[in-house]
Design a protein around this ligand. Structure first.
Ligand SMILES: [Zn+2]
Length: 336
């Protein structure tokens, strides 16, 4: 298939269909949800974003395989991001489907529901990362964004540690893979060699790391550990949330590990040349496949890049390669 965002329901294995749903105004373009025939109805891995376009396309795509939205008995949601979680909530409200989500994402949901937060938490993270002008812009950017709480209800089940979930005649391994978010799970049907990878392993882009309203101590360490965990599973077809299905989870995990090794080397070189903040280093690094610079990027992507760089520098602090010192409210990193 040339364009993975093309609407429809595409069989990836017997009883399993990939259904891309739209993400208007989003660089990712679409999110794949996967419908698994569970004998009585459907189990969906991820739900899509709770918007009218996604709802009507889900209906039409399911109709093409003679199914209805009301057939969805359960959702296994890989993580709390809106394009994965929120439509599971709205479908549950209509049809009573059961929704599961990793417990590591609970602090993020709690924060969405908190009424006493007057500043988006990323604003302070950006200041600490040495990006004070960007923090100002971020503050303006997020000032009016009051979330619609009705699409952020809590799940029925919190997934805790690794365990097996029966889905009809199948056994699905729920594997905790913190990193992209702290509560991220992947789901593996090892008998059929299918890895429902969410945003943990993406085929054409690298998942964002270190960008969460409630930040883990070491998001990159978590992510690399989770990649090693998935690498230790048998090789499977990669069924990602964004991008086409590919043949080998191992091949892509190896590429992601190599990518982060290379980024760590670039961070070492930048700090060896000049001690500086996460923002200083992020400005020197190339971003995206087109090697763009932060100066050419919008507020959102500049913030992603700055906080991902922070995750790399913090890993090098944890490994004893860097030391950091708070200077005028921002962490400055130096080679140890
Ligand atoms: Zn995500």
């Amino acid at each position: 298939m040339d364009d993975w965002t093309e609407p429809g329901a595409f069989e990836v294995a017997p009883g399993v269909h990939r259904i891309p749903l739209p993400l208007p105004m989003d660089g990712l373009r679409a999110v794949n949800v996967y419908a698994i025939d569970n004998g009585d109805g459907l189990t969906l891995v991820d739900g899509g974003w709770a918007i009218e376009e996604a709802r009507s396309l889900l209906e039409r795509s399911l109709a093409s395989i003679e199914r209805k939205v009301s057939d969805i008995s359960s959702f296994l949601v890989t993580h709390v991001h809106r394009d994965h979680y929120t439509q599971a909530v709205t479908v549950r409200r209509e049809f009573g489907s059961h929704v599961s989500l990793g417990i590591g994402d609970k602090p993020t949901l709690d924060l969405i529901h908190a009424t006493d937060v007057d500043e988006d938490p990323h604003t302070e993270m950006l200041r600490r990362a040495g990006a004070s002008a960007l923090a100002e812009e971020w503050g303006d950017f997020t000032a009016d964004s009051t979330p619609d709480l009705s699409i952020w209800d809590y799940p029925d089940t919190w997934l805790e540690e690794d365990h097996q979930i029966p889905v009809g005649a199948r056994t699905i391994d729920a594997v905790s893979t913190p990193g992209h978010t702290q509560g991220h799970f992947v789901f593996a049907d090892q008998a059929e060699r299918l890895l429902f990878a969410g945003d943990h392993v993406l085929p054409t882009i690298t998942p964002s790391i270190g960008f969460e309203p409630v930040l883990a101590d070491q998001p990159l360490v978590d992510f690399l550990d989770s990649l090693a965990k998935v690498r230790a599973l048998p090789d499977m077809q990669l069924l990602p949330a964004h991008g086409p299905v590919t043949a080998s989870s191992h091949v892509r995990v190896d590429e992601l590990l190599a990518f982060h090794d290379e980024r760590l080397d670039l961070c070492r070189a930048a700090i060896a040349a000049n001690p500086g903040t996460s923002y200083d280093v992020a400005q020197q690094l190339p971003w995206t496949k087109r090697n763009r610079r932060i100066a050419e990027m919008d507020v959102f992507n500049s913030a992603l890049a700055t906080l991902e760089t922070r995750a790399h520098l913090e890993l090098l602090v944890a490994r004893g390669e860097f030391i950091r010192e708070l200077v005028d409210g921002a962490w400055v990193y130096t080679t140890a």
